[in-house]
Design a protein around this ligand. Structure first.
Ligand SMILES: NC(=O)C1=CN([C@@H]2O[C@H](COP(=O)(O)OP(=O)(O)OC[C@H]3O[C@@H](n4cnc5c(N)ncnc54)[C@H](OP(=O)(O)O)[C@@H]3O)[C@@H](O)[C@H]2O)C=CC1
Ligand SMILES: C[C@H]1O[C@H](OP(=O)(O)OP(=O)(O)OC[C@H]2O[C@@H](n3cnc4c(=O)[nH]c(N)nc43)[C@H](O)[C@@H]2O)[C@@H](O)[C@@H](O)C1=O
Length: 323
């Protein structure tokens, strides 16, 4: 019998990329189960339980979450911690209760301490204070990792439960959220430089100092990593993880300053004006570069270079606004 795969968050940037990856890998469309947020609110425990009881998928990709950039995280902390805690607890528990043996949880690079040595290794988790601008979201993500680990420890031998966690670095690409203030830096600046080019604005303001560094991974690379980790045989996966340190970093391999990525975006968009800086906006973590040797040792490597990915992201933006 063909495997039914539930992709939670299939309309989101990562979820839609995971669906593309599954289809490209030969998965039949009818075997990919999806529900929109309007059809199934994952913060509703009874609805999630009823859905998984009726669909009985064999795998779950948990790519649904309350997601946003530094301003959104800093403005709506209650939404970020509550909705993410509820979604992941509901999906992971209902998956177990309905016999799902394989689940992949998507965390974030935010789980690591603000001042973790760079690049950040998986064993840096819980060794220091978190970045205040996204601490609530990070706490929810850490809880997601520990939910997966705890179900594995309690039910792995008896029920074959094998729930895995990948920690993406900052992501961008098709299907991104281009909201002017709630988005992440790359989609926000694609929109702002595009609008400045169209309006002829003489300058564009970047938030913060421009000095923080970020690692950026193209979303289709992230989707490939997600399917790769989900399908790894357990013996191989266990070689790079331990029962209470089961998460795996997924990074591009190198990072750039915000000033450098802003310059690159202005070139891709074709904006010729000046770049200024708005110190009233927060910088957030000074650096968030992932140490990805575990997943690299398992056989996955990022492929899409930043300039190539930015060009594709700009095409996606223009498509989203109907150009
Ligand atoms: N983007 C990034 O840079 C990074 C993302 N991640 C993680 O990757 C995962 C995917 O992120 P990304 O694709 O960027 O996020 P998106 O916001 O693009 O997608 C999230 C999806 O989840 C859905 N969703 C949100 N709340 C609910 C709910 N209550 N019930 C049902 N569905 C819901 C959204 O639907 P709707 O829009 O209709 O509400 C949307 O389709 C998340 O776990 C995120 O934390 C980790 C690191 C970096
Ligand atoms: C992805 C990961 O990490 C996220 O945190 P973050 O990396 O700080 O997110 P960010 O992309 O919003 O900012 C990156 C940097 O960029 C600068 N910056 C400049 N100008 C704009 C700007 O116009 N918009 C935004 N958003 N940032 C800007 C901004 O000041 C900051 O220094 C979490 O929210 C959380 O979502 C998470 O999971």
């Amino acid at each position: 019998m063909h495997q039914k795969i539930y992709v939670a968050g299939h309309r989101g940037m990562v979820g839609s990329a995971i669906v593309r990856q599954l289809l490209a890998g030969g998965c039949a469309p009818e075997n990919i189960i999806t529900r929109t947020h309007a059809e199934l609110d994952l913060t509703n425990q009874a609805a999630v339980q009823a859905f998984l009881a009726s669909e009985q998928p064999s795998q779950v990709y948990l790519a649904a979450a309350k997601v946003g950039g530094i301003h959104a995280n800093n403005t709506y902390p209650a939404d970020f911690i509550y909705q993410n805690l509820m979604m992941q607890a509901n999906v992971i528990d209902a998956a177990f209760k309905n016999g799902v043996k394989k689940l992949l949880f998507l965390g974030s690079s935010c789980i690591y301490p603000r001042n973790a040595p760079q690049p950040m290794r998986e064993d840096a988790l819980l060794t220091g204070l978190l970045e205040p601008t996204n601490e609530p979201y990070a706490i929810a993500k850490i809880a997601g990792i520990k939910l997966c680990e705890s179900y594995n420890r309690q039910y792995g031998a008896s029920h074959g439960v094998d729930y895995r966690s990948v920690m993406p670095t900052n992501l961008y690409g098709p299907g991104d959220n281009y909201h002017p203030t709630n988005s992440h830096v790359i989609p926000a600046l694609i929109r702002r430089f595009h609008e400045a080019k169209v309006s002829g604005a003489p300058s564009v303001a970047i938030w913060g100092s421009g000095t923080p560094k970020r690692e950026f991974l193209y979303v289709d690379d992230m989707a490939a990593a997600s399917v790769f980790v989900m399908n790894l045989d357990k013996t191989t996966y266990d070689q790079q993880t331990s029962p209470m340190q089961s998460h795996i970093n997924v990074g591009y391999g190198s990072d750039v300053t915000i000033a450098e990525v802003a310059q690159a975006i202005s070139q891709v968009v074709g904006y010729a004006g000046h770049i200024t800086y708005d110190p009233t906006q927060p910088d957030g973590a000074p650096r968030k570069w992932m140490e990805s040797s575990r997943i690299n040792a398992l056989g996955w490597q990022a492929k899409v270079k930043l300039t190539e990915g930015l060009a594709a992201a700009y095409q996606d933006f223009k498509h989203q606004i109907g150009l």
